[in-house]
Design a protein. Structure first.
Length: 191
């Protein structure tokens, strides 16, 4: 059995999903093509046409308009599949950022506005208590001392609250940084 016959026999195995007429047309065409091109060794034929598996995939795709379900339908370049998947993930991330970015920004600004509003109200209560104590000092000394103590207590709460907020912001920033690092490492492993 010469090289052309070996190649054509292997090609026939992969073309079984086609009708007999389509199989015969394809086999006749490639028999003539191999003869006309003067291809005498299997290596020459494979260099020109690809493996029988690859050629059958092309023939079936052109004939039926779809890919076969056999092993020939597997992608010859799995790296391209991974690259395509990575590109799709990037596109999905961009779309999510476009649509969810304003929502996340609004929530973040609302959170910081709540913190600043809380700090301002505590500060205002402390200053108000001192002002009330000053006005009451002339009439009721013990009441003035009470309100001064309340003002000092509120200012102390303000300082504690500021320390907690600073700690929470540092913790959130560190968590975001670690999350981004985790995503970057995952994308490097997947690529």
């Amino acid at each position: 059995m010469n090289a052309r016959e070996q190649y054509i026999e292997q090609l026939k195995k992969y073309l079984r999903v086609l009708s007999k007429a389509d199989q015969e047309d394809a086999i006749d065409f490639y028999n003539e093509y191999i003869d006309d091109a003067g291809l005498t060794t299997v290596k020459d034929i494979v260099d020109k046409l690809g493996t029988p598996e690859q050629l059958s995939t092309d023939i079936i795709a052109k004939t039926t308009g779809s890919q076969p379900n056999g092993p020939a339908s597997q992608s010859p370049h799995p790296a391209n599949d991974r690259r395509t998947r990575t590109i799709l993930y990037i596109c999905l991330a961009v779309v999510l950022i476009i649509f969810l970015g304003p929502l996340a920004l609004g929530l973040l600004l609302g959170f910081f506005g709540l913190i600043i509003g809380g700090l301002a109200s505590i500060f205002g209560l402390g200053v108000g208590a001192f002002a009330l104590a000053g006005s009451l000092f002339a009439t009721d000394v013990w009441g003035a001392i009470f309100y001064c103590g309340g003002g000092i207590a509120l200012l102390g709460l303000l300082i504690i609250f500021v320390a907690i907020v600073i700690w929470a912001i540092k913790w959130l920033c560190r968590g975001c940084k670690n999350f981004v690092r985790y995503l970057r490492n995952k994308s490097k492993e997947g690529a």
